[in-house]
Design a protein around this ligand. Structure first.
Ligand code: ATP
Ligand code: MN
Length: 459
């Protein structure tokens, strides 16, 4: 007898085979005819498989009739075509072994629907729900697509450090990493710390990725990223995963082409590989979940300068909470207006004012704007932020002075401009923003296994 997952067992090709299935009981129903139905789920797919348990099994009364939601079991039996309308196949059990019980008095995941807020308080159990299981399968598919896409495009996967002494200026507040005792008397000195200087959790692998782009050509990093911003929004986490491609000889146009191809590839893969999960999201979470993805796939992304965007927003007649004015950063409400209401398409905004963007973005000839690009999508707003990097040593040092940065902290970054400098570009995509957009989930905390947000790191 071979071991199958529920996903494999539900394929028509499995009919007629004697198999072993293992998983968790979702429901049990006893029939008057002296047998029982179990719905079994093992997380390999959204759907359950129906198990028919004949009353003749030796543990039928002692165990099978005691099974409740959450119990874990092994089923041995024959897969057969189901006469029922709800499923194509079912398993006729010849033996059932119970691994573990789940007391219905205390097991918190009963059949009823729970709020996402409640499920966050039991993050160790929520992967057993339909919605969180579907999210995690989509998340896995996105992660797989990210690697497949960049590998196929000839990018090398570079592992940039998590502990860093450099601040990717402007990316957000940082978590300090230290072995010093904060209570020590006299107060500890930074040079006595583990690394001999202050260190932090990375807010971006970009600066390090640039080192490798300026030697290996096309690279990407994909890993955990940390921001200590105290923003309790539905789009921000303190710990999230970011994929950051960086490519030598790419100008901003090539960078935008890459970002658009990349996003479309991810969406296409999810629609193809996670159709059952996507139908679940369209039915229970966000009615437009599938149609929005199909729409984005069909459209060419609008490319528009920040200055033009300000113009559109100023003339929109909308009552925005935050003012619209050239030189101010755009808020989520502005981003969403542009992509959802005005264009009905994804939008790539470029050429932002130099004053609101970090030092490493390439200065335009107008000297007022830099070669930045943000990709905006409906519902989530900014999903990608990137730029062409400043490759001219003199301009870069001037921009660093203007932003009050210490040259000696960035000597290695400046060396890249001193020796064989090249035009290059890159961007960052937040994995959770992408999963949030794709699934239609309202809160970013519900698309990561164990969310870290201000005041919350229980699990
Ligand atoms: P925002 O303006 O939305 O706060 P940002 O401009 O600070 O984002 P970037 O530094 O450009 O973000 O980071 C690149 C991408 O990383 C963003 O486009 C977004 O997808 C993602 N991202 C940034 N901050 C967070 C966060 N706190 N939680 C989850 N994803 C994030
Ligand atoms: Mn950004």
């Amino acid at each position: 007898m071979e071991c199958l997952t529920v996903r494999e067992a539900r394929l028509p090709a499995a009919v007629g085979r004697e198999v072993i299935l293992r998983g968790w009981v979702r429901t049990r129903r006893d029939s008057k005819g002296g047998f029982s139905f179990l719905e079994l789920n093992d997380g390999s797919c959204l759907g359950n498989i129906q198990v028919i348990v004949p009353g003749e099994l030796p543990n039928y009364d002692s165990e099978i009739r005691q099974l409740t939601t959450g119990c874990s079991i092994q089923v041995e039996g024959l897969i057969q075509a189901s006469p029922g309308e709800k499923q194509a196949v079912e398993v006729l059990a010849s033996r059932i072994v119970v691994f573990g019980w789940a007391s219905p008095e205390t097991y918190l995941l009963q059949k009823k629907r729970h709020s996402y807020e409640f499920l966050r308080t039991i993050a160790h159990l929520r992967p057993r729900t339909n919605s969180f299981g579907a999210v995690m399968r989509v998340r896995n598919t996105v992660a797989r697509s990210i690697h497949e896409f960049f590998q196929e495009e000839g990018f090398l996967y570079i592992h940039t450090p998590i502990i860093t002494a450099s601040d990717c200026e402007g990316a957000g507040a940082m978590f300090r990493v230290t072995t010093l005792d904060p209570q020590a008397n006299p107060p500890p000195k930074a040079e006595d710390d583990f690394f001999g200087k202050p260190t932090y959790l990375t807010v971006s692998g970009q600066l390090e990725a640039e080192v490798f782009a300026c030697s290996l050509g096309k690279v990407y990093t994909f890993g955990p990223t940390f921001r200590a911003e105290n923003s309790n929004t539905t789009r921000h986490l303190a710990e999230f995963w970011m994929v950051e491609p960086e490519a030598a000889f790419f100008d901003l146009a090539a960078n935008m082409d890459l970002a658009e191809r990349f996003l479309k590839r991810i969406l296409r893969d999810v629609l193809e590989r996670c159709s059952e999960d996507m139908e679940f999201f369209a039915r229970w979470v966000e009615p437009s979940a599938i149609t929005t993805l199909e729409h984005v796939l069909q459209e060419d992304f609008i490319r528009l300068s920040y200055t033009e965007a300000i113009d559109i927003l100023a003339r929109s007649g909308q009552n925005f909470e935050f003012p619209v004015e050239w030189g101010r950063d755009l808020q989520a409400e502005h981003e969403r207006y542009l992509t959802e209401t005005h264009f009905h398409k994804p939008v790539i905004l470029t050429d932002y004012p130099r004053t609101i963007k970090p030092f490493y973005m390439r200065l335009n000839d107008d000297e007022r704007t830099v070669r930045a690009m943000d990709v905006l999508l409906p519902r989530v707003g900014e999903i990608i932020g990137g730029s062409q990097r400043e490759e001219r040593l003199d301009v870069l040092t001037q921009r660093m002075q203007e932003q009050g940065l210490r040259m000696e902290d960035y000597w290695w970054y400046l060396d890249l401009r001193r020796y064989g400098t090249v035009p290059h570009s890159g961007f960052g995509l937040g994995l959770e923003r992408a999963v949030q957009f794709i699934t239609g989930m309202g809160n970013i905390r519900d698309v990561i296994p164990f969310p870290r947000t201000p005041g919350s790191a229980e699990f």
